[in-house]
Write a protein that binds this ligand. Structure first.
Ligand code: UDP
Length: 455
């Protein structure tokens, strides 16, 4: 792995600056570092990761040109477009400088691995004659759903009315139109442009890495591979491969909840989190609060202290509410989620179904209540409830009695028991894929070979 004490080349990693993209990219960095590569993380000031958590990596900052208004807009598609325009020259300048400084050195750059959303990297790498590998941080089913939605938009066959349609989408079983990954801002115009930029099947990269696995998505992956010229390598679930990756949380993790979990009985706790972006309005927050309270089950609930949530958070989670739920409820700003889900006290996950959260839950055999909000979360929720059948979806308006009912089904009912059993079986299948000789491990060996310059 290392020759004469030297590492086997430097990989430059470019995560997209959102929590759900930073985590898998830094996990991949940890895995590849353990295989002998030196790692540089090129990142933006916006959502900058914390270098001190990763002493083995070098971190390099490039300007992102985002204004406070851009960031406050919450328009994810527009942010991604701006990052792709603004960062290009800075990345080129940065890489050119280090390549001149390092010429001939064994520690030179052997490959750039970039998030699929940071697609400007391709042009920079082509110019500098550096190989690239793409990291896709979503499920394979999401790629198919996004390209279909983009195509339907181009053909004029979908509009925002379809956001609620129960009809099945042709060739995307079991997705309904309402499960398609509509963007948060509902702007299908810019969405289809970005989809077009991201999902060029004729990529100039040497491979595509996926944070998913054959045993979960065999047919979607096979279909994608048929249309793509380069190897598609499903090495996920990345957080379960290689050494344990240090936390890459942008918010501080409240570890006190682990002591609270330690006092609860096995499988008794429902863990609730909507990830790093989705949020609730005041009414939804109140319904969730009282749904959890009325369920009579212990709960650990992540309510992020975003500026948009703060006022309503304090109002809903009042002294009266806290006294009502007492020790039965633990509410935190941000949790060490992977450890939480691995804790024996946790018996269910009420989740927005971001892909990382979905993977983290099924890897621990935890059944889910799905409350998707936008984008790929809808696709993942449908797969959880109708393909792997390890959860149920809250489909309608968020109301306390529905939340209470779903928790009872999942935690104390025969239907929930069957989901738990299937989740346990899926966990065992995943463990086989991760093992030496398993499909994820084989794909990872191929990534190692390609990243080091093989072809
Ligand atoms: N996460 C965490 N603590 C929390 C909530 C979330 O560490 O309190 C992590 C979670 O483990 C996951 C990531 O944040 O790795 C969220 O990514 P996901 O794809 O699930 O959702 P997104 O935030 O992108 O919507």
């Amino acid at each position: 792995m290392e020759k004469n004490g030297q590492r086997c080349g430097r990989l430059v990693l470019l995560p997209c600056p959102f929590q759900g993209h930073i985590n898998p990219m830094l996990q991949l960095g940890t895995i590849l570092h353990s295989k002998g590569f030196s790692i540089t993380i090129v990142h933006t000031p916006f959502n900058s990761p914390h270098p001190s958590n990763h002493p083995n990596f070098k971190f390099s900052l490039i300007p992102d040109g985002l204004s406070a208004e851009d960031i406050a807009s919450g328009d994810l598609v527009s942010l991604i477009q701006k990052l792709n325009v603004n960062c290009k020259s800075h990345l080129q300048e940065y890489l050119s400088q280090i390549m001149i400084g390092r010429q001939g050195s064994h520690d030179g750059i052997v490959c750039i691995i970039h998030d699929e959303l940071m697609y400007f990297t391709e042009a920079v790498a082509n110019f500098l004659k550096l190989p690239t590998i793409i990291l896709r941080t979503t499920s394979a089913a999401t790629l198919l759903a996004r390209t279909t939605l983009g195509q339907l938009k181009v053909e004029g066959l979908v509009s925002f009315q379809d956001f609620v349609s129960q009809d099945l989408v042709p060739n995307l079983h079991p997705l309904r139109f309402k499960d398609l990954p509509f963007p948060l801002n509902r702007n299908l115009e810019s969405f289809s442009q970005v989809v077009n930029d991201i999902y060029k099947m004729r990529t100039s990269s040497s491979a595509v890495i996926w944070n998913t696995m054959d045993c979960l998505e065999r047919s979607s992956l096979a279909f994608i591979q048929q249309q793509c010229q380069v190897p598609n390598l499903p090495i996920g679930p990345m957080h379960k491969l290689g050494p344990v990756s240090p936390s890459s949380s942008l918010l501080e993790e409240d570890t006190n909840c682990m002591a609270w979990l330690g006092k609860q009985t096995k499988n008794s706790v429902i863990y609730v989190s909507l990830g790093s972006i989705a949020s609730m309005n005041e009414k939804e927050l109140a319904e969730m609060a009282w749904g959890l309270a009325n369920s009579q089950k212990p709960f650990l609930w992540v309510v992020r202290p975003d500026s948009s949530t703060n006022g309503k958070r304090n109002k809903v989670l009042s002294q009266f509410y806290r006294e009502t739920v007492g020790e039965r409820g633990c509410i935190v700003n941000w949790a060490p989620q992977k450890e939480v889900l691995a804790h024996s006290a946790v018996g269910g996950f009420l989740s927005h179904c971001g892909w990382n959260s979905t993977l983290e839950s099924i890897c621990e055999g935890i059944p889910m209540i799905c409350k998707p909000c936008f984008g790929d979360q809808r696709v993942n929720a449908r797969y959880v409830s109708h393909v792997w059948k390890v959860g149920l979806e809250l489909e309608n308006e968020l109301v306390r009695c529905e939340i209470e009912k779903a928790i009872t089904i999942l935690m104390a009912d025969k239907e929930g028991e069957a989901m738990r059993e299937r989740a346990k079986n899926l966990k065992e299948k995943i463990e086989l894929c991760i093992k030496e000789g398993g499909s994820c491990n084989n794909s990872l060996n191929r990534v190692h070979y390609l990243a080091a310059g093989g072809n």
